[in-house]
Each structure stands twice: as structure tokens, then as C-alpha cells.
Design a protein around this ligand. Structure first.
Ligand code: HEM
Length: 402
């Protein structure tokens, strides 16, 4: 994978670890479950919980040698309202029937309002999912190490495209409706994560660098969750985007439902923005740090479009966008070079674009137009990243072999 050898990465990891750069600060869990969608909960901190329903079922599928057959069957399961394919192992079938149910606290009016918000704010959401959340994942040490060492780490283009599918499906007009795909996408992601929990502890690279026994705890999922809706909302507010309370709540709700479908316990899912904004500084902000794996993943990401233009424009543009949207501290951690002309251009043009858009000075009807434009862009990006192949989220059958 890439230009840095595994030996070099391990050495660099050791050096950064010695400097105390790698690894999260010892966590404390002071967030009360009364702030959660469940409204109550136990005392168990989320770093002591993984996915007790999905993990044994997926581990058994892998151990029985059924991964390829199950993945092939699940390719035909794409719509929320569709029956499960025949022939799945009984334990997996039973789990999926349970896991695909929307939580009882689902508010369909809010989900409909979230669709309207996604349409109206598509441009901002596209930019922030990519350059706020996406690039932030490379400075979340547990995630960067897990992704680097897992099967998908060997082919980041495929991996990113399947992750982008999550962002695409949650923003689609029919996301959680029977003809949409978001329930399927989230539940398949839950299966993929359960597979990673079973396989990654066998990875020599992961075991040598990780500071946890089993990857992807509920805390880890919450950290990544905050890198998505919480960071996106923070970014849009910082840019001066006007968002009503009802719109913000609707957007949050779509992500609350997604968290539930990903297997996060209701007692950890923030019920309100106030609750989310109280949780994020406890678990997201303190863990952000560079790792050799994250630096390497960021290098791969900014080079993703290089096969189209040789990287002459796309590489510096992606570097500058990361620097602009995540700031100098993170861009420097990721060792992304400065591109003075582009950096300056973005610093001037993005606020101007937002200012005009918010003042309603872009063309009348442009909200719908720009949503249509985004839709083409998003589909195009998914198609490009997936090399024109259909995208399927699957249970991994091995770790990164490199
Ligand atoms: C797989 C999304 C949290 C590590 C995936 C996939 C999606 C996804 C869509 C499937 C991609 C594929 O098949 O390649 C999410 C979302 C999260 C989340 C929405 C939280 C809200 C995490 C966390 C970690 C993690 C916290 C690690 C600490 C991985 C790994 C894979 C994966 C290693 C498997 C890639 C492979 O080898 O195939 N995730 N993820 N994810 N995720 Fe997550």
C-alpha cells in the first residue's frame, strides 16, 4: 500500500508513541444517559461495549466459511422494504430481521424535514462530509489504524466509495422509506464492523500499534459519529449558514436513527444538539491526533483523483481544501504542504460564496438547481470512485494483506 513500507510505519509509530503523540487520553465518561434518546441508561462507559448482538453472529459466519456466500446473497438486498434474500444462515437472518427495524422513537416528520434540509443545503453538506468529516477520520487514531490495517485499507478508492455511499444514502430523498436504501446500508455497515472486530485482532500491524484489544467500541463509533453530523453542523454554523432550529433537529434526527441502525445503544445517542455538543468535547475533540497510518491515508486521499489529471491540479486542490476546512493544525499534522495561491484563493472565495448564497444573491431557484448539481456530482463521485461498478458494503473476509 502506498509508498511507505509497513516497517517504516511501525518505526514511525513507535517514535510518535514515545513522544506521547499517538493514543487517546485516558477517557472519562461524565455524559449522563438522561441526555440520550433512551432518556436513561446504566453506568457502563461506551468503550466497554462493542456489538453483542451482531458480533457473535458475524464471527460465526466467518468461522463457518460462509462469508463469500453470505455477501453474494446480500448483494440482492438493496431496498429498506425488501424481504431478506432466501438462503441466509438462520442466525444471521434472525439478527437482520431485528436489526433492520427502525427504532420506536423514529419521527417520520423529522425524517421528511431532514430530506428537505439535505436538498437545500446539499452543497455545504457535500463539502463538509468530504473535507470536514472525511479528512477528519485520518486524525482519529483508532479509526485510522483500523482502516489502514483492514481489508479496505489495501484499496482506499473502493473503501472511500463505499463510505461515500453511506453519506449518499442518508441524504437521498427516500433515505429511510421502504423504497430507499439507508436502513440496508447502515445494517450492512454494522455487519462490516462486526467482521472487522473479529478479524482485526489477528492483524500483526494492528495488534502492534493499537491501544485496544478489540476495535470499534461503541465509543469509537460515537467519536466517528461526531466527526459527521456534529462537525458538519459546527462547520456550517462557523461559515454563517442560516439553519433554523427545526432544520437542525431534523438533520440530527436522521443521524440518530442512523446511529441506532449502526448498533449504537440508545443510551449513548444524544437526544438533542445540546446533548451532542456536550458529548463531543468529551470524546471527539481530545482524541484527534496524527498517526503514521492517518498521515499515509491522507496522502492516499489527496492523490485519489491523480489518475485523471496526474495530480497537477487535483492534489494541491484537495490539500488546500483540507487545510481550509480543517485548519492549519490538522493539515500540518497530516503533513499536507501549503499551496499559497490556492490556500489564499479558497480563504477568500469560500466565505464570499457562502455570503452570496446566504444573502439570496445567487440565481433564483438555485437551491433546487444546486441540489440537482450536487446529485449529479455525488453520483458521479460514487461512480468514479467505484470505477463504474455497483457498490456493495460487505463483511470482510481478511485484513489488509500488504
Ligand atoms: C467499514 C461507515 C465508524 C472502521 C465501513 C463501511 C462504512 C462505514 C459505510 C463500509 C465500507 C466498506 O465496505 O469498505 C461508518 C460510519 C461510522 C463508522 C458511518 C460511524 C458513524 C467506524 C469506526 C471505525 C471504523 C469508529 C474504527 C475505529 C471501519 C473499518 C471498516 C469499516 C475498518 C472495514 C473496511 C474494510 O476493510 O472493508 N464503515 N463507520 N468505522 N469501518 Fe466504519
Amino acid at each position: 500500500m502506498g509508498s511507505i513500507s509497513r516497517r517504516q510505519l511501525l518505526k514511525a509509530g513507535g517514535a510518535m508513541g514515545a513522544l506521547g503523540v499517538v493514543g487517546a487520553a485516558a477517557p472519562t465518561w461524565a455524559w449522563s444517559a438522561t441526555q440520550s434518546v433512551a432518556g436513561l441508561g446504566g453506568q457502563t462507559p461506551p468503550w466497554e461495549v462493542w456489538d453483542p448482538e451482531a458480533d457473535p453472529v458475524v464471527a460465526a459466519v466467518i468461522e463457518r466459511g460462509e462469508t463469500a456466500r453470505v455477501n453474494a446473497l446480500l448483494r440482492g438486498w438493496t431496498r429498506n422494504g425488501q424481504a431478506l434474500p432466501a438462503g441466509l444462515p438462520a442466525d444471521l437472518h434472525a439478527f437482520l430481521e431485528q436489526a433492520r427495524r427502525l427504532p420506536e422513537w423514529t419521527d417520520t416528520r423529522k425524517l421528511a424535514a431532514a430530506v428537505a434540509f439535505n436538498e437545500r443545503r446539499g452543497t455545504y453538506l457535500g463539502v463538509s462530509y468530504g473535507f470536514v468529516s472525511g479528512m477528519m477520520s485520518t486524525v482519529i487514531p483508532h479509526e485510522a489504524r483500523a482502516v489502514y490495517s483492514s481489508k479496505g485499507g489495501a484499496d482506499m478508492k473502493r473503501r472511500i466509495s463505499r463510505t461515500a455511499k453511506f453519506g449518499y444514502d442518508i441524504g437521498a430523498r427516500n433515505a429511510f422509506r421502504p423504497d430507499g436504501s439507508m436502513v440496508v446500508t447502515a445494517v450492512k455497515t454494522r455487519l462490516a464492523h462486526a467482521g472487522v472486530r473479529h478479524l482485526l485482532p489477528r492483524s500483526a500491524h494492528w495488534s502492534a500499534t493499537a491501544d485496544e484489544r478489540i476495535p470499534i467500541s461503541q465509543r469509537d463509533v460515537l467519536v466517528t459519529w461526531h466527526s459527521l453530523p456534529t462537525s458538519v453542523m459546527r462547520a456550517m454554523k462557523a461559515w454563517g449558514v442560516r439553519i433554523s432550529g427545526a432544520e437542525a433537529d431534523a438533520f440530527l434526527h436522521s443521524w440518530q436513527v442512523a446511529a441506532h441502525l449502526l448498533g449504537v445503544r440508545d443510551e449513548y445517542i444524544p437526544a438533542t444538539w445540546a446533548a451532542a455538543n456536550a458529548q463531543a468535547p468529551q470524546i471527539l475533540d481530545p482524541v484527534l491526533a496524527p498517526t503514521p497510518e492517518g498521515i499515509e491515508l491522507a496522502r492516499i486521499l489527496v492523490n485519489l483523483a491523480a489518475e485523471v489529471d496526474g495530480g497537477a491540479l487535483s492534489r494541491p486542490l484537495l490539500q488546500s481544501m483540507t487545510r481550509h476546512f480543517l485548519g492549519d493544525r490538522i493539515a500540518d499534522w497530516l503533513q499536507l504542504p501549503r499551496n499559497p495561491a490556492l490556500d489564499g484563493g479558497l480563504a477568500a472565495s469560500w466565505p464570499a460564496f457562502v455570503g452570496l448564497k446566504e444573502a439570496g444573491l445567487l440565481l433564483p431557484g438555485s437551491d433546487h438547481l444546486s441540489w440537482a448539481f450536487d446529485e449529479v456530482l455525488r453520483l458521479g463521485a460514487l461512480w468514479y470512485l467505484g470505477d463504474g461498478q455497483e457498490l456493495h458494503i460487505e463483511i470482510p473476509d481478511r485484513n489488509n494483506p500488504n
